[in-house]
Design a protein around this ligand. Structure first.
Ligand SMILES: [Cu+2]
Ligand SMILES: [Zn+2]
Length: 181
């Protein structure tokens, strides 16, 4: 007889209250599926790449691949509304901020849940990055998939990590609506 494949039910799936509405599909594989995916677009609507949020070793990891942006550093944030209407992407709202903090990881009164590290595009305008997100992946997923959703946004300039509300990172040049899975 084959060895029993005793797979414990992850505690994260045993949830109560509103989060139960996000129950995993019954055929969930042993490896955790992506928490979220975003197809990224430039301000003119052309494809800019892909972002995925995965759960690895109990942490959320944001995997980002972007092409066609100016070389150099760019601010990156999770924004509070899942709408990417170009060219300005103002429809994505402000930074994801369920705890009502100020902006910036270097701000004593910060930071937003959606504040992420700057990413640097190479000379060919490409970004390839993995960002380890502090905090509980399921709490993040709950915040991402609230009633109005959320978006990942890349800015023209770098985030100074302290200036409220958006780190002086300039215009929004890439946007993607986060969808489940
Ligand atoms: Cu932003
Ligand atoms: Zn922020």
């Amino acid at each position: 007889m084959p060895a029993a494949l005793a797979v414990a039910v992850p505690a994260a799936l045993v949830v109560a209250g509103p989060a139960a509405a996000t129950a995993a599909e019954p055929t969930a594989p042993a490896l955790a599926p992506p928490l979220a995916t975003a197809r990224l677009v430039h301000s003119d609507g052309t494809p800019a790449g892909l972002a995925r949020i995965i759960s690895a070793d109990g942490h959320a990891v944001i995997v980002v691949e972007i092409t066609g942006v100016p070389a150099g550093p760019h601010g990156l944030h999770l924004h509070a509304v899942g709408q990417c209407a170009g060219p300005a992407f103002l429809s994505a709202g402000s930074h994801l901020n369920p705890a009502a903090k100020a902006h910036g990881i270097d701000n004593p009164a910060g930071s937003h849940l959606g504040d992420l590290p700057n990413l640097t595009a190479d000379a060919q305008g490409r970004i390839s990055a993995r960002i380890h997100f502090a905090g509980d992946p399921q709490a993040l997923a709950t915040a991402l998939f609230d009633a109005d959703g959320s978006a990942l946004v890349l800015h023209a300039g770098p985030d100074d990590y302290k200036t409220d509300p958006a780190g002086n990172s300039g215009s929004r040049i890439v946007c993607g609506v986060l969808t489940k899975g």
